[in-house]
Design a protein around this ligand. Structure first.
Ligand code: DAK
Length: 257
């Protein structure tokens, strides 16, 4: 199916998705989020894809939810349009997601970037939760994920003042993995994606899940999840291949089995 708001491409085991609503700085209307959830789920099922790379434009990763659409919405619309459900579908993607962020990542745009597992930011990136200026608060996880990522003090300031932070500040706060020059963003994000795509996919999947559990679960339950995942990997061919390759002093060839 042809997407209306996304440009989708597959390259070397990387599923690339570019948000494409340039006239409104990639404002996230519900149709776009629905398309994004569909494409990501399809990539999650596709054996040829190991990592998902999510990008915006140079000027904007995404300037938030579509304010025009929000302004016309009632609580009943949110329920009927499945607004939360599509965000939940994105949250449940099992393959690693890398967000390459240039320009504005505001409101839902910042929340979408935080749904990714890793963020590569251009020097021009600006992260913010300006919803307070519209008379509301973040609605797609901002108060929770931002606080977990940057701590209470900084999250509180960003959410109560609505002021964005720079890419450097985001790096310092632990919100992003690295900051790169604007003209190298895609190249750097792709290099990171390729590195992870070369790792054993089942271990990558369980590693992603285990790290995410650390955000939600008490330590004891998180450790239990990690241990069970560790045991499970000893039934994979990739575990045998990885260890055998080390012993034979050669590069492993992981098959995702
Ligand atoms: N929605 C709709 N249109 C937007 C937009 C947005 N978020 N951001 C920009 N645009 C449009 C502008 O209206 C303008 O359209 P025209 O006037 O040309 O027709 C065009 O994009 C270019 O924008 P500007 O002319 O404003 O460009 P500037 O460079 O001057 O300023 C800016 C860029 C990013 C500083 C500014 O556009 C801006 O402040 N934008 C709004 C940022 C914002 O407040 N974002 C938060 C929105 S609230 C939920 C899920 C998510 C959410 C809530 C619930 N559930 C699951 C329930 C999320 C809420 C939000 O994100």
């Amino acid at each position: 199916m042809e997407e209306q708001y996304l440009i989708v491409e597959k390259q070397d085991r990387i599923g690339k998705i570019r948000l494409n609503r340039p006239r409104v700085l990639n404002a996230l209307n519900s149709a776009l989020i629905g398309e994004l959830a569909d494409v990501m789920e399809e990539m999650d099922r596709d054996d040829q894809i190991r990592v998902i790379l999510l990008m915006g434009s140079e000027k904007a990763f995404a300037a938030g939810a579509d304010i025009q659409e929000l302004a016309e919405s009632s609580p009943v619309d949110f329920v009927m349009k499945q607004f939360f459900a599509d965000w939940e579908r994105i949250r449940k993607i099992q393959k690693p997601i890398i967000a390459a962020v240039s320009g504005y990542a505001l409101g839902g745009g910042c929340e979408l970037a935080m749904c990714a597992d890793l963020i590569v930011a251009s020097e021009t990136a600006r992260f913010g939760q300006p919803e307070i200026n519209l008379g509301v608060i973040p609605g797609a996880g901002g108060t929770q994920r931002l606080t977990r990522a940057v701590g209470k003090a900084r999250a509180m300031e960003m959410i109560l003042t609505g002021k964005p932070i720079t890419a450097r500040e985001a790096l310092e706060a632990g919100l992003v993995n690295r900051v790169v020059p604007a003209d190298q963003l895609e190249e750097e994000a792709l290099a990171l994606a390729k590195e992870i795509a070369g790792k054993p996919p089942i271990a990558v999947r369980l590693a992603k899940q285990s790290v995410l559990k650390a955000m939600d679960l008490p330590l004891e339950h998180g450790l239990h999840f990690e241990q069970n995942s560790f045991y499970l990997l000893f039934s994979s061919q990739d575990q045998q291949e990885g260890m055998q390759a080390f012993i034979e002093k050669r590069k492993p060839n992981f098959q995702g089995k």
